[in-house]
Design a protein around this ligand. Structure first.
Ligand SMILES: [Zn+2]
Length: 144
C-alpha cells in the first residue's frame, strides 16, 4: 500500500479524540502523567495506546509504543498519522525510544502533539528523529 502524507481533517479530529479517550486508561500511579496515543493505520483503522507505568520505573512503557505494539500484534505495520495527547502546558513530544520505534514502521508519518487546551504542534517522525537507526545502515557499514 502506498504511503500518504495527506490525511483527511475528519480523520485527524477522530484520531485526536481517540487519543484523548484512551488517555483516561493510562496506568500512571507514580508520575500521575497520563498520555494517550492514537495511530491511524494504513487500513484506516485507529490503534490506541496509553502509558503503562510499573513500580520498577524502568519497565514503564509510553503510550506511543503501546499503540504501535497493539497495531503490530494485529498485523498492521504501516501508519498514516499519530496523535499524542497529554495534559501539559505545551504539547509533549515522543521520547527518543518511541521515535525510533515509530521510525521503524512509518518514518514519513505526520505526528500531531496535542494538549488538553487544544494546542497542536505538527511534525513528522523524520523531523523528530533524523538519521534514525536502520538495519540497512548497519549492513552498509559492514560492507565498507
Ligand atoms: Zn516514549
Amino acid at each position: 500500500m502506498e504511503r500518504t502524507k495527506e490525511v483527511k481533517i475528519e480523520s485527524i479530529d477522530e484520531l485526536i479524540a481517540a487519543a484523548k479517550r484512551v488517555r483516561a486508561n493510562a496506568y500512571a500511579p507514580y508520575s500521575h502523567f497520563q498520555v494517550g496515543a492514537a495511530l491511524l493505520g494504513s487500513d484506516g483503522r485507529i490503534y490506541t495506546g496509553c502509558n503503562v507505568e510499573n513500580a520498577s520505573y524502568g519497565l514503564s512503557v509510553c503510550a506511543e509504543r503501546t499503540a504501535v505494539f497493539q497495531a503490530v500484534s494485529q498485523g498492521l505495520t504501516s501508519f498514516q498519522a499519530l496523535a499524542l495527547v497529554a495534559d501539559s502546558e505545551e504539547p509533549v513530544s515522543p521520547c527518543g525510544a518511541c521515535r525510533q520505534i515509530l521510525a521503524e514502521f512509518s518514518p514519513e508519518m505526520p505526528v500531531l502533539m496535542v494538549n488538553l487546551k487544544g494546542k497542536i504542534v505538527r511534525s513528522t517522525v523524520e523531523k523528530l528523529l533524523p538519521s534514525s537507526f536502520t538495519f540497512k545502515k548497519c549492513e552498509e557499514e559492514k560492507v565498507k
